[in-house]
Design a protein around this ligand. Structure first.
Ligand code: ZN
Length: 163
């Protein structure tokens, strides 16, 4: 994806109030992120372990989602699979929950998905980060197809948040 600035990221949040957007933690090292290898940028708030965020460049421009996730103390040590990148980790995937955008969100509706705790799906798909033996399925898909699938899964998740 193309690099985004802090302003672009803050402007992209679909499920936060203006006040929340102003206060939420955007990484300070944006310039050093491996944008060329990212299908989305995901990060956790170092000050608030139950918060995670992701931003993706979709058809209509960047869209960002705020997520609630279990803090590391609550991570389950069983093996589960990320719904975006289909990497199976032991203790490396959590159910993250996004409040829905707009009225539906105000009424308490949310969307959940199992997502890599470190939100590094793009790097697992590309083999740039290892999740241990047996973490990735042996598939006949090309890297390009796996990337497309990850993006499609991610886009479907964001669509559910904004629907
Ligand atoms: Zn993943």
């Amino acid at each position: 994806m193309k690099p985004l600035t802090e302003q672009e990221i803050r402007a992209a949040f679909v499920n936060c109030t203006k006040g929340e957007v102003k206060r939420l933690a955007v990484p300070r090292d944006l310039a050093e992120r491996p944008w060329d290898d990212l299908d989305y940028l995901g990060w956790r708030d170092p000050q608030a372990p139950d918060r995670a965020y992701l931003v993706a460049e979709l058809d209509g421009g960047p869209q960002a989602v705020a997520l609630r996730c279990p803090s590391p103390a609550g991570w389950q040590m069983r093996r589960s699979m990320c719904s975006f990148c289909l990497t199976a980790h032991t203790g490396g995937v959590s159910l993250m929950v996004a409040r829905k955008a707009g009225k539906a969100g105000q009424q308490g509706n949310s969307v959940g998905g199992y997502i890599c705790n470190d939100l590094a799906c793009s790097l697992y798909v590309r083999g740039k980060k290892e999740a241990g033996a047996g973490a990735r399925l042996h598939e006949s898909l090309t890297l390009e197809e796996k990337i497309q699938r990850t993006v499609a899964n991610l886009a479907a998740f964001i669509e559910k948040v904004t629907a």
